[in-house]
Structure formats: C-alpha cells, structure tokens
Design a binder for this molecule. Structure first.
Ligand code: PMP
Length: 415
C-alpha cells in the first residue's frame, strides 16, 4: 500500500526526468528577492526603461484595428508580418535571413528546447562553451544529451580547444550533434568572440562538418553599438540561429525565434505545433506593431545606456573592493561579469555567507554540466541601479577579502 503522494508518483516518472534538479538560480530567488538583499544574481532586463506609454498605445492600436485576429489562434510558424519585422531586426545586426526561414517561439528558451528535442537522443553529445547558459544546459539535460564543455577566455570560445575536443571525441568514435554557442556578450562569461576567432571557427565548423546553434540575445546590446559578424553570416547552411525580443523589448511578451534551413524549419514547425499549437498571436501582433511604428532602435539605445552605466559602476567597484587576486571579465555589452576566485575560495560554499551579508550572486557551478565552476561566480549588472550595484559589490568584496585572509592564514600564504 502506498502511503505518501510522493510514493504514488515516484516510479511513474519518465526516465529522462531522473536527473532533473531545480537550477541554482531558482533556488536562490526566494532569498535574493528580499528587499534588503542586493541581487547581482538574476538576469532580468530592466523593463522600467521601456517606454510603457508607447507599449500601451501599440497594444490599443492592435485591439482597435485587428482585435479579432490578434485574439484568435495563429499559424505554427508565427505571424508572417512579424517574421518580416524580425528579419529587419536581424538585418540591423547584419544577420542574413528571410521571413520564410523564421519560426517564432516562446522566447529563445523554447527555441533551445525545440532544437534539443529535434536533434538529441539520450546519450548524444552536445558541445557548449564552459561556462554556458544555464537554461540551455537545462534544455539539453531534459533530452538526456551529454554536454562537453569547450573552454573560453576573454576573446570567447577557444578555437584550438574546440579542435582538440573534436579530435579527441572522433578518436573515441564520437561525434557531437551540434555546438551550442553564444558569441556576443556571453551568458554567463560576459565576453565576445573576437573577429579573428569567428573566421577560425567558421573554418573548423566546415572542416569538421559541424552543426552550430548560435544563440544571440545580447548582440544589439553592445555598449558602443559595435557589431560582429554572426556565424550565420559566415557558414549559413550550418547554423541554426536563435533570437529573442526579451532584451531589446520585453521578456514578458515571450517572443523568440529560430532561423533554420528549410527542411529543418519544417520539422521545427511540427515540433512547435505539438508543443503549443502556436505562439501567442496577441503578443506577436503587439511586437509587429512595435517594430512597424516605434523608433525601436532608439529604445535599444536607451537600454544600452542603462546597462553601460551599470556595468561601469560594477567594474569601478570591483577595482576598488575586490581582492587583487580575483580576475574578472570586462564586458563590452550584455548583462554579466564573470569573476574567477583565487585558489581556496569556493563560490558555492560562500553563497550562504554572502546572503547573510545581503548580497546575492550565482555560483559558477550553475553554468557547467556535471561539475566545475566552483572557482568562479557570475555577477549581473542589468537590474539594480548603479548605487545598489556598488553597495552589493562592496559587500561581496569585504566578504571575499575576509575569507581570503582566513584561507591564507590556514595555508600560510601571503594575502
Ligand atoms: N539564451 C541566453 C544566452 C539567455 O541569456 C537567455 C535569457 N536569459 C535566453 C536564451 C532565453 O531568453 P528568452 O526565453 O526570454 O528569450
């Protein structure tokens, strides 16, 4: 006789859900959102910088002029007129695409889920930067893919390391299904793939017959408005491109998209329809009107300025408060700084202490599949105002300095 509800379900779960655990970010949210805690943990866009009156006007226009259609089901591939606008958004970044190749998804997150669903059987290999985006790792884990990390440095993914990994895998008779990469203002590392490396990577991709999933939520959020050639522009047939409106408009609309060659696109549309029939037609109409009628690049510039100011505040305070033996990336855009800790400090162990000092971050371990990253942490500068960021970094800096003194005393090292 089963006694508890847990027992009732436990032997009925699908095999693939066995390894599923709540992300470290989720577990943190409960504490990190308390008002006394400065959260440098979450990656929430600063939606207060959005022109809400303009969003309201656009929404009203949609209801007035196309209400019945917008409140109806839509097609599985997504609204044709929106797909045209998304192609314009990509063109602003130099990413080539046609509306026909685009599939609208529930944020970039669903795009990653659908790609994993399409390509990954249990035990398949996926390559990803080390560290990589926690949401992508979660999606790959759901389909029981095995993630092999390829290191990155300040210039992004290391081509030599990618080549060595591919050769090592090939010698064991293994071949990855695809390489998942975030070339611009990477989450969580905050670095971008250099121009030179993009060319090197394109060459390796061709030579090793590799498929690439290029995830680009932050490309337009370069602090100087600089653009880098997308991998899709270098090796178009080998790239499935993922975009999102979450960082340049609003994550609440839940609009992302995939760009894929025709045969792949058709399969993705079938998977999309099986998942949710179609994307919210209403938010697609709103987004379409936004790009058709609003100075949207000006809005992107406003976001850029907010994030640039906050990033500057974070970097200045890191210089002032962090022990010099810590190293951190200097982002040129996006939301994140990646901090490497000196020997002896463990970001996971320190988290409880940091929370009691009223500052939150994400331990590096969240960004690696199957271990690694305890010597690093992610700080985000997107959400709190500059003064709060400074305060949070100051609190963390004091904690790290104290902890380091302790560690050095134990190991007889000089601070
Ligand atoms: N990819 C990366 C690298 C991200 O950082 C995010 C958001 N944190 C996403 C995809 C997904 O975002 P959304 O589903 O809101 O488009």
């Amino acid at each position: 006789m089963r006694t508890t509800r847990t027992e009732l379900y436990v032997d009925r779960y699908a095999e693939r859900t066995r390894g599923m655990t709540a992300s470290e970010i989720r577990a943190l949210f409960a504490v990190a959102t308390r008002p006394e805690v400065v959260s440098l943990a979450g990656g929430m866009p600063y939606t207060a910088a959005l022109d809400h009156a303009a969003v309201a006007a656009v929404t009203q226009e949609v209801l007035r002029t196309a209400g019945s259609d917008a409140l109806q089901y839509g097609g599985g591939q997504g609204l044709a007129t929106l797909r045209e606008r998304l192609v314009e958004v990509m063109a602003a970044e130099g990413v080539p695409a046609t509306p026909d190749e685009v599939v609208v998804t529930t944020g970039g997150q669903q795009a990653l889920d659908l790609v994993a669903k399409l390509f990954c059987d249990a035990g398949d290999l996926v390559l990803a930067e080390g560290p990589s985006y926690v949401g992508a790792l979660g999606a790959f884990a759901t389909y029981q893919a095995e993630v092999v990390h390829v290191p990155l440095d300040d210039d992004g993914l290391e081509p030599d390391a990618l080549e060595a990994t591919l050769e090592r895998l090939a010698s064991g008779g293994r071949r990855p299904k695809f390489l998942y990469t975030i070339p611009n203002h990477q989450n969580p590392a905050g670095c971008s793939l250099s121009g030179r490396r993009r060319e090197d990577l394109a060459e390796i991709i061709e030579r090793h017959d590799l498929l690439v999933v290029e995830d680009n939520p932050y490309g337009l959020l370069d602090f100087k408005g600089e653009l880098r050639p997308a991998l899709r522009s270098l090796v178009p047939d080998r790239v499935i491109y993922v975009g999102t409106l979450s960082k340049i408009l609003s994550p609440g609309l839940r609009i992302g998209w995939l760009v894929a060659p025709e045969p792949v696109r058709d399969k993705l549309v079938l998977l999309k329809e099986a998942a949710d029939l179609c994307q919210s037609n209403f938010t697609q109409f709103v987004a379409e009107r936004w790009f058709a009628t609003q100075p949207w690049l000006q809005q992107v510039e406003t976001f850029r300025e907010v994030y640039r100011e906050r990033c500057d505040a974070m970097l200045a305070e890191l210089d002032a408060s962090f022990p010099p033996s810590c190293h951190w990336t200097v982002p040129t855009g996006g939301f994140f700084v990646w901090v490497r800790l000196p020997n002896g400090l463990d970001s996971r162990e320190l988290l409880a202490k940091a929370l009691s000092e009223r500052v939150a971050y994400v331990p590096g371990t969240a960004f690696y599949a199957g271990g690694g990253g305890a010597d690093a942490l992610r700080l985000s500068f997107c959400y709190p105002p500059a003064e709060r960021i400074r305060e949070g970094v100051r609190r963390l800096g004091e904690l790290l300095t104290d902890e380091l003194e302790l560690v050095n005393a134990v190991y007889g090292r000089r601070a």
